[in-house]
Design a protein around this ligand. Structure first.
Ligand SMILES: [Zn+2]
Length: 112
């Protein structure tokens, strides 16, 4: 893990493309990384015109996504609350565990 070649990023960012390609020829690790990057950039090039054409509807879609995100995260949050409640009262912290006087049903009995 530690001996992984990290020249690729440095060459890609600061050096000329010539030097990068030169290094890629001798370093298998960077060549793999380069090929992966190429695949991704090819994919972006392929998808780009589609998004440019659909920009107006894309904006609406993005707004819908944001709204959906808030909706989903809100639901997730309340679900988590239910889950922790169940955990607290159902298993981890029953009234008996907390040292309260309880009746046969596990309910807290209030004695005068
Ligand atoms: Zn390398």
């Amino acid at each position: 893990m530690t001996d992984k070649c990290n020249k690729y990023e440095a060459l890609f960012t600061f050096q000329s493309e010539e030097k990068l390609k030169e290094h890629i020829l001798t370093c298998e690790e960077c060549r793999k990384e380069y090929e992966q990057m190429k695949k991704v950039s090819d994919l972006i090039q392929e998808v780009k015109p589609y998004f440019k054409k659909k920009q107006s509807s894309h904006k609406i879609l993005r707004t819908a996504c944001v709204l959906l995100f808030f909706l989903v995260s809100g639901i997730t949050f309340s679900m988590n609350t239910d889950f922790t409640d169940t955990l607290k009262y159902g298993t981890t912290l029953s009234a008996e565990d907390l040292g309260f006087p309880v009746d046969d049903y596990g309910l807290i009995t209030v004695v005068d």
